[in-house]
Design a protein around this ligand. Structure first.
Ligand code: UD1
Length: 429
């Protein structure tokens, strides 16, 4: 199992290219199930989760081809990939595949819309809370699907096709918004989704669906209206830059000090996180090529933050912010409202010398003057990168074990950081 070795203490200086967003690429790839023509996606990140979804889609009959030449410099970075679901050969998404990646459950929307039936395994346990699927079931039922649960599978049927309806989400869910939006594109009549997720990835999916011939409006607001059409066609769509990767590297620079251009980053995708960093004393500015992040001299100020659906502070940056606040000048408070049990990084950060106490959904972080390197364990995708951020500033050597979590969502992390002066390397075994 690969590990990452970091020797902390170096400032970051240079340029970090921001990859295509994992959380946008996944639903866009799944949207390819809605048409028998080719969906060409630009800027797809090279990540374990993307490779896994390619295998899962292949099981349903989706062919793919990777386009375009890459110079050796770009080897391993975002690519253009064509997805073609000429024929759906299997409408079952088996447990062995869905249990490996929760987002693959989202195939339920397009499979049901295009084929009128499907069998999709319930996703099963997850390291960051229970993550139920009740909203997907309620929402698809509202579109006239018949849904049964049999032996761990959701069996969904709409023999005469889905029918548009008004559905108000009782809770904001990114995944359920993606699924209902995709399903409604091929439903008869109009669907109105209220209290929909407003995340930029939802907007990117709506753009993709519209490029495929769908009639979706309002994405990015709480109300999305979808006028059903008879069929969708092929399209070319660009995956948006990864706002979580952007925020993560911004926090890494804030942690070490230095001056870095996050190339291709879009500040409007993570304004709330940038505002938080601004309050903490980090300098952030827009440039022609992306965002510039700098911290010189003065230390990091403490902050109080609560995670919220977009446009609030994202849960996917909570662990990283906590990593940063371990060395702030004072007491910070971070409250997690999206997922229960999303504090597994706390005890690992404590191994590096952080002073964090938990009280219900909140973490109180007393900033310390120094962290000391240690072996630590990655527990999930975002938690693991918070350990990297802390390790970059810790004295001596930090070894991050179970790096496969990082590889699910961060493209070439160690290369991007070492190109900016960090002492970081992958130890393969
Ligand atoms: C997506 C992101 C994930 C991010 C999360 C919240 C992807 C691949 N993943 O996950 O990185 O952390 O949004 O921004 O895009 N819920 C229910 N019932 C349901 C569905 C969800 O109660 O049927 C709850 C969840 O348990 C959670 C909350 O709703 O408490 C939000 O989850 P959701 O937005 O659905 O997260 P994902 O789409 O799985």
């Amino acid at each position: 199992m690969d590990r990452i070795r970091i020797v902390g203490g170096n400032e970051l200086r240079g340029t970090i290219p921001i990859s295509g967003a994992k959380n946008a690429a996944l639903p866009l790839m799944i949207a390819s199930l809605l048409t028998d023509e080719t969906l060409m996606l630009h800027n797809v990140p090279h990540l374990a989760d993307v490779e896994q979804l390619i295998r899962i889609l292949g099981n349903h009959g989706v062919d793919y081809s990777v386009n375009g030449r890459r110079s050796s410099q770009q080897e391993g970075y975002s690519r253009t990939i064509n997805f073609t679901a000429k024929e759906i050969v299997d409408t079952t998404a088996p447990y062995e595949l869905v249990s490996k990646m929760r987002a693959s459950f989202w195939v339920i929307g397009p499979l049901l819309a295009r084929m009128g039936e499907c069998r999709v395994s319930l996703p099963g346990g997850c390291a960051i809370g229970t993550r139920p699927v009740d909203l997907f079931i309620d929402g698809l039922r509202a579109l006239s699907a018949e849904i049964d649960i049999e032996q761990g599978y959701i069996v969904a049927r709409a023999k005469n096709g889905l029918v548009g309806a008004r559905y108000a989400f009782p809770k904001v869910s990114v995944g359920a918004t993606h699924v209902l939006m995709m399903a409604a594109t091929l439903a008869k009549g109009e669907t109105i989704l209220e209290n929909a997720a407003r995340e930029p990835e939802v907007v990117n999916l709506a753009e993709c669906l519209n490029a495929m011939g769908a009639k979706v409006s309002g994405a990015g607001t709480g109300t999305i209206v979808i006028e059903g059409v008879a069929r969708l066609h092929g399209a070319r769509v660009e995956v948006i830059p990864d706002r979580i990767e952007t925020g993560t590297y911004a926090m890494a620079v804030a942690m070490t000090g230095g001056d870095v251009i996050l190339e291709g980053a879009r500040g409007d995708l993570l304004q709330s996180a940038l505002d938080t960093l601004g309050l903490a004393g980090v300098e952030i500015s827009e440039t022609n090529s992306g965002l510039r992040v700098a911290r010189n001299g003065a230390g990091i100020g403490p902050v109080e933050v609560t995670t919220e659906p977009f446009p609030g502070f994202p849960t996917d940056l909570q662990a990283q912010l906590m990593g940063l606040m371990t060395m702030a000048k004072g007491r910070s408070k971070i409250t997690e409202t999206i997922f229960e049990n999303r504090f597994m990084h706390v005890q690992e950060l404590a191994r590096l010398g952080a002073n964090i106490s938990l009280s219900g959904q909140s973490a109180i972080i007393e900033g310390v003057d120094r962290l000391r390197g240690a072996p630590v364990m990655a527990t999930d995708l975002r938690a693991s990168v918070s350990l990297v951020i802390a390790g970059l500033a810790a004295e001596g050597e930090t070894i991050v074990n179970r790096v496969y979590h990082l590889d699910r969502g961060f493209e070439r992390l160690e290369t991007k950081l070492s190109n900016c002066g960090a002492a970081i390397e992958r130890l393969s075994s």
